[in-house]
Design a protein around this ligand. Sequence first.
Ligand code: ZN
Length: 177
Amino acid sequence: MSTLPIRTFGDPVLNQMTTDLDEIDAKVAALAASMIETMYEAPGVGLAANQIGVQKRLFVYDAGDGPFVVVNPRIIETSGEWVFEEGCLSVPGLSWEIVRPNAVHLVGRDLDGNELDIEADEYLGRIFQHEVDHLDGHLLIDRLDDDQRKAAKRTLRKMRISLSPQDPDGLHQLLGE
Ligand code: ZN
């Protein structure tokens, strides 16, 4: 096992849709193990595969009693509304109060191929929505309201040189410029 570099905003892999894993084999298990190690080292409570540059539908999380792995996750139902201050390992050092549904119904598979069917709300529900968003190519910045977005753009512009020197174009795109 080893840790992997986490991609930060401006990197185009974060804006691309991931694809389902057809087979859950030893390679997937090894990838998940590295992702868990990377998540703990960061430290964070969730990590999606495309955050380490792998365009596959897989995330790991630990809301306090994990770690857990979800392969091919999908949210099939949401309800309610909840405001929570959310951060992201790919947008380091920043956080915003974001409104999302409170409760979600997540389906997917574990590393043994067993079907997962989990209803979660509040903190865990938020982790699931954040990670599934990653796998669909969305960052939390996509969930900001208009005022938050304006402020975020100013902050991100100031930070761009230190955060994403390798991909200024991707960042322009993210900022809608
Ligand atoms: Zn994130």
